[in-house]
Design a protein around this ligand. Structure first.
Ligand code: ATP
Length: 204
């Protein structure tokens, strides 16, 4: 296949906390599909993108960063906790920076049928608008709580609190072009393979 960034189809993948987005992306990666992990990339950009760093300091002050340049996470978390306006302002800084970076990354790809952008807040951030197709990963709430409490060593209450801050699952399912059921009953490989075939069929 010979194509370049501007001609390559853009797909996105989302799902609630612990739904299995990253796990599903690993399957796409085994098929040779490049994946942009927006959440981890956002964390990198917050310490490496000079404009973003300046914006965060302007919003929260110099205490936002530690002496070694690392983000002062507890401080920022404290600033946005219970302050929706501050959180909105922070997102307004981070989301465009990530969108720009993701776009650059996409355009640098060559000879792939499509790219995949993984983000927990694909719909909430508005970044789905830049995508041709969106996949939602779904898993039942109890299973997600079990998976995340085991993975992150946090309490079920903490996971529920994080869930409450995200868009309801039904809404993400309604907006999806494809759904992957990661409930331990359906084969992930089979579902990913079917979606992959469809996306390959769509790519020029
Ligand atoms: P987050 O939004 O928190 O980043 P995520 O949607 O990316 O989560 P994963 O990290 O892929 O979810 O999965 C959550 C946890 O559940 C991980 O520890 C993962 O290994 C496990 N897990 C996911 N899917 C399955 C599965 N089908 N069978 C067993 N374990 C799974």
């Amino acid at each position: 296949m010979s194509n370049h960034g501007q001609d390559i189809l853009k797909a996105g993948i989302t799902g609630g906390i612990g739904s299995g987005k990253t796990t599903v992306c690993r399957v796409f990666e085994t098929l040779g599909i490049p994946v942009y992990y927006a959440d981890s990339r956002a964390r990198q950009l917050m310490v490496s993108d000079p404009r973003l760093v300046a914006g965060v300091k302007e919003l929260f002050g110099e205490a936002s960063y530690l002496e070694d340049g690392a983000l002062n996470r507890p401080f920022i978390a404290g600033q946005v906790f219970n302050d929706e306006e501050k959180l909105r302002q922070l997102n307004q800084l981070v989301h465009p920076a990530v969108a720009e970076d993701a776009n650059r990354w996409h355009h640098a790809q060559e000879n792939v049928p499509y790219t995949l952008k993984e983000a927990a807040l694909l719909f909430e951030s508005g970044s789905y608008r830049q995508l041709d197709k969106v996949i939602t990963v779904f898993a039942p709430e109890e299973l997600r709580i079990q998976r995340v409490t085991e993975r992150d060593r946090v309490s079920a209450e903490e996971v529920r609190a994080r869930m409450a801050r995200q868009m309801p699952e039904e809404e993400k399912l309604k907006r999806a072009d494809y759904i992957v059921y990661n409930d331990g009953k359906h084969s992930l490989v089979r579902q990913v393979w079917d979606i992959h075939q469809e996306l390959v069929g769509m790519s020029g």
